[in-house]
Write a protein that binds this ligand. Sequence first.
Ligand SMILES: [Zn+2]
Length: 307
Amino acid sequence: MKSLRTGYKPSMAPEHAPAKRSVSKGSRKSRGAGGGAAASEPGRARAPVRWRAAMAACAIAFTMALPNPAHAWGAEGHRMVARLAQAQLSPAANTEVARLLALEPGATLESVSTWADETRAAGTAPWHYVNFARGGVCSYDAARLCAGGQCVVGAIERQVSVLTSTAPDEERLRALKYVVHFVGDVHQPLHAGYADDKGGNGYQLQAIGRGTNLHSLWDSGLILNWPGGPAALFEAVAADKSSTSVAGGPSSWAEESCLIVGREGFYPETHKLEPDYPQRWAPALVHQLAEAGNRLATVLNGALGKP
Ligand SMILES: [Zn+2]
């Protein structure tokens, strides 16, 4: 599951309404954030007309372009989440983010969003995901699922603490890089999937004449093959209105992802991808990317937005 357990990927530069929610770390009542989850359920989302057209074209487009194995898996999604959050930073948080990033000339929130994958080692690999029990309830239990804080939920909570602290700037910059990345990861549904197939990495899939797996499909296949490409997807994400008004916390975000994985049809019926799969799951993909960007902004504004 190594480099495969990355999150999403990126695109353009839109405007998004400032997030107005507060984050309560550790909340476990997230399933309730269900408004968004329901809205993103395949077949239930009310997509704008131009969106429906785009989604209709999705299946076709998907048959024309397959994920390029040479492409950095997940980079597009992570950058997209960072870009969305950047546009929603408060002036104070924006200033502090810029001050920390200045330690590495040329760095931007977007450019550092994939650093955690690029530097990942055996000791930090578990920080990118959390495993739930297949067939069980998506209820996060830190003692059972995240012993010692060694999962994406624990990692986010830990790194946010460092970011908020008076630790040296170098440490806080590293924490910023981790937070930007892990908030993206926890919203990729299969980063809160099942251990028995390593979050879909072990679910082999034939996608239009080519072998891949379900995790890679969600990490980047659906993004790279979006009608119009990642840039078009980013426009949809920035315009998405299904984002919940309840921020919750990392544990509830993981539970929401787990619930998506458990929905009927998330795992293709056979190991050959149905042609309409990308279209059916497009609302969930857009919703998760939007939630990640909005929530990342909320986290950063909370951690760095104080004068
Ligand atoms: Zn990752």
